[in-house]
Design a protein around this ligand. Sequence first.
Ligand SMILES: NC(=O)c1ccc[n+]([C@@H]2O[C@H](COP(=O)([O-])OP(=O)(O)OC[C@H]3O[C@@H](n4cnc5c(N)ncnc54)[C@H](OP(=O)(O)O)[C@@H]3O)[C@@H](O)[C@H]2O)c1
Length: 267
Amino acid sequence: MVRTAVVTGASSGIGKAVAAALVAKGYQVIGTSRKPESLRDEQRAPGVEYRALDVTDTASISTFAAGLDVVDVLVNNAGESQAGPLAELPDDAVARLFQLNVLGPVALTRAVLPGMRERRFGRVVMVGSMLGSFPMPYRSSYVATKAALRGFATAARFEESPFGVWITAVEPGQVNTGLRERRTKYLTENSPHTTDFTAFMAKLDQKQGEGITPAKVAETVVRAIEANRPKPLYAVGSAAPVMFLLRRVLPRSVMERLIARSYGLSR
Ligand SMILES: NC(=O)c1ccc[n+]([C@@H]2O[C@H](COP(=O)([O-])OP(=O)(O)OC[C@H]3O[C@@H](n4cnc5c(N)ncnc54)[C@H](OP(=O)(O)O)[C@@H]3O)[C@@H](O)[C@H]2O)c1
């Protein structure tokens, strides 16, 4: 039986790698892009059918969801990275980020859940971020979206798992994709945060450039999808097993100092 998977944001990075990995596993894969018609060959994962979806646009979500037939697997991957001191983030930028990283994925999930429940099979993967578990400065809006996404996933899985529908969060650490070039940054002129923000972002970009490959994340996503009883949370990259272990044993204040030091921030 050929299962159908939908992967949002399948034109680059993690989404493209997940789409390719699912094709290799024999899934029929529908990948999304805001502009599928203008994707270059190298942006397309072979064997994937590309459809239009803008997750910041509720009408686009409805049209896309209405065009779906059977969906066995949904990977909510499309997302944006945002940075800036909390006090300086424009309201509309924060709202856009929550629509793209949280409300859109939640709307898509709600659209496919009834069919999955009826067929007694479904897998939903929310691509979060380790930042959702290990907050960092100047990333408050992004951290909050990823923590919110994990909240939706880990709570709703209790509701749906009795029907064979498993919702899982996958939190990648640093992954070497083009995300950092597309990151939206907000810093006002003469901001008191300029020095720390600039140093932090340089370190962050350097760490992301040294991050794991999108294919490595795709392996974890596929493992979550193919598990009989997927775990609530998978993490990959940025020494995830050590970080989660330390978080369990160290006081939060010590953990916070360790993270600050690794990014060259004084506390
Ligand atoms: N890279 C990392 O280090 C890292 C770490 C942890 C978590 N993540 C998460 O992993 C996911 C993928 O990140 P990535 O690094 O692979 O990023 P990426 O290379 O920038 O890819 C982002 C994808 O999202 C799509 N997208 C962007 N805005 C969209 C919108 N408004 N509506 C629909 N699709 C949209 C893009 O497609 P089009 O431009 O074709 O529309 C693209 O395919 C994100 O959720 C990110 O937060 C990344």
